[in-house]
Design a protein around this ligand. Structure first.
Ligand SMILES: [Zn+2]
Length: 89
């Protein structure tokens, strides 16, 4: 019941093994707390799954947002946020 699907590889995993993303001000945003309100999408805590989700547009799509919600600037910031998070965890 606490299982979620990774939008990168589509396999399910426990929340603890996943990263969460939400929509904030119309842009995909990394939710390090995993507790921000609203709809969220998840990827495994790996750069491979994150990058796959970026490439396929699955982050924005999963959040029911237009593709522009994960444009290049947004993705660059997400990539930095995720890298920092993975470094610390
Ligand atoms: Zn995955």
């Amino acid at each position: 019941m606490s299982e979620r699907s990774c939008v990168g590889c589509r396999e399910t995993a426990a929340r603890e093994e996943l990263l969460r993303f939400v929509l904030r001000d119309g842009q995909v945003s990394f939710d390090a707390s995993k507790k921000s309100p609203g709809r969220g999408v998840w990827t495994h805590s790996s750069t491979q799954c994150f990058e796959k989700a970026v490439k396929t547009g699955a982050l924005a799509r999963g959040l029911r947002a237009p593709k522009s919600a994960q444009d290049e600037d947004v993705v660059n910031r997400l990539r930095a946020d995720v890298a920092l998070f993975l470094e610390k965890n």
